[in-house]
Write a protein that binds this ligand. Structure first.
Ligand SMILES: [Zn+2]
Length: 447
């Protein structure tokens, strides 16, 4: 499996940060920007949120909790009496919770996909930004971080943020629970994109927000709703033309996700999990457009515990009906679905005649110009000039290809053959057949 992110901070660096927080705290108090510490209970909401465009049901896993055992090395004890933590031979015992992005840590960082949000209302005590965010190991220099003091005097450290992503709010400004603080990254001594959340109580003592039998730091949970130690869930379903690529750190991963396939293609069905345990079944089903079930199968992981895992199957659907198909997975009471369009293959004959459309029609979604739904142009989009948008330049090329040969210099509304109100690939296919039934040297302009 993949290496799970971890991190390091020297005692000296930690002391420097604490000294600065002390200075800022006193200064903000003197300026009236920080309320006196109140008694009472502050509880924590979840520190991560998916960007609004990202519809994955889950975006993280947990690689490490606070190490409760001060001995080292390899003397590990997490709050639940397990060993999901780490220490180092130099005496560092992990002092926070590591929430890593899963799947696609680097890709998600690059696309601002996973946000770090405030776990409670508070005041920004300090923040750092401007440091490189593609660290792959320890010794990676300073991190980008935001530090927030809550009304009870407890302080949360949010570390390893993406360069340039920290909140635009200034030191001394207040934030509310759930408010954006930054993007998960890998700045500082970090082996991959993750949030290191480190929390001190009102007396300055390190705590582990999770309550459990082996938590020697605090008896009760600081979470508003504490999640299970093994928080097993489906993070993402993906249908793709190939399995994902996980290149060497810190290169971004590649997803080959598509939502449109032809009956001539092989498609990969990929499920990403967090905290998958042996014996947990997933029930997968593949539904035809008429909702009848083509495949129905069970799978469980043989591994006692994966903090992050993914599994895939692949086959083609030759001879199956075209239309909207649904892939479904049910795991631990959670049901997720992904839909895709199955279309008839274009001729894809590469005969030099309208090959762009031939090949695009092997994958094109008849309902939209951005045929693979990725939001960007590529060889199989109507974005013929690949400038990232489908614009009039592309339409002009299509028009030239489709109409110049028959002497029609103007766009013809009659080209909306299927009456959908737009000129789409179905229309283009009809046009091609109608106007260019056979290759001819003067019949078209190459796209
Ligand atoms: Zn950490």
């Amino acid at each position: 499996m993949l290496n799970l992110p971890s991190d390091y901070m020297s005692a000296e660096t930690r002391a420097e940060i604490q000294a600065e927080l002390d200075v800022n705290r006193a200064l903000l108090r003197s300026q009236g920007k920080l309320e006196p510490v109140k008694s009472g209970i502050v509880t924590f909401d979840w520190p991560l949120a998916a960007a609004s465009w990202l519809d994955d049901p889950g975006v993280h896993g947990i690689s490490n909790f606070v190490d409760q055992d001060p001995a080292f090395p390899n003397q590990l004890l997490d709050y639940n009496c397990g060993a999901r933590s780490y220490d180092l031979s130099n005496g560092y015992n992990h002092r926070g919770i590591d929430f890593f992005t899963w799947p696609y840590g680097w890709k998600r960082m690059d696309e601002f996909g996973v946000e770090i949000v405030a776990i409670a209302d508070g005041t920004i005590l300090s923040k750092f930004d401007g440091n490189d965010d593609r660290s792959c190991g320890f010794g990676g220099g300073s991190w980008n971080a935001v530090y927030v003091e809550h009304s009870d005097g407890s302080i949360a450290w949010y570390g390893h943020m993406k360069n340039g992503s920290t909140t635009s709010k200034a030191i001394g400004e207040s934030v509310v629970a759930g408010e954006y603080l930054g993007i998960v990254g890998s700045s500082g001594s970090s082996t991959g994109p993750h949030l290191h959340l480190e929390v001190y109580d009102g007396q300055g003592q390190l705590i582990e927000p999770y309550a459990g039998a082996c938590n020697v730091m605090n008896a009760s949970s600081w979470w508003t709703q504490q999640r299970a130690y093994y928080d097993s869930a489906l993070n993402r379903l993906e249908i793709a033309s190939a399995p994902p690529d996980f290149p060497a750190c810190p290169q971004a991963e590649t997803s080959h996700e598509r939502r449109v396939f032809s009956t001539a293609e092989t498609m990969y069905y990929i499920a990403f999990y967090r905290d998958q345990l042996a014996g947990q079944n997933t029930n997968y089903k593949l539904y035809r457009p008429d909702n009848s079930v083509l495949y129905d199968w069970l799978h469980s992981s043989p591994e006692p515990h994966y903090a992050a895992s993914y599994w895939y199957w692949f086959w083609d659907l030759a001879g199956q009906p075209t239309g909207t198909w649904t892939w479904e997975a049910t795991y631990q009471g959670q049901t997720e679905q992904r839909q895709f369009e199955l279309v008839a293959p274009g001729n894809g004959d590469n005969d030099g005649f309208m090959d762009h459309l031939d090949n695009c029609m092997t994958v094109a979604n008849p309902s939209q110009l951005d045929s693979n739904g990725d939001g960007y142009g590529n060889a199989c989009d109507a974005d013929i000039n690949d400038d990232g948008i489908v614009n009039f330049a592309d339409l002009n090329q299509l028009k030239l290809a489709m109409f110049s040969a028959v002497g029609d210099a103007n766009w013809n509304p009659a080209a909306d053959f299927d009456g959908s109100g737009t000129i789409n690939f179905v229309d283009l296919l009809t046009m091609k057949t109608q106007f260019f039934g056979a290759p001819g040297p003067s019949a078209y302009a190459p796209l």
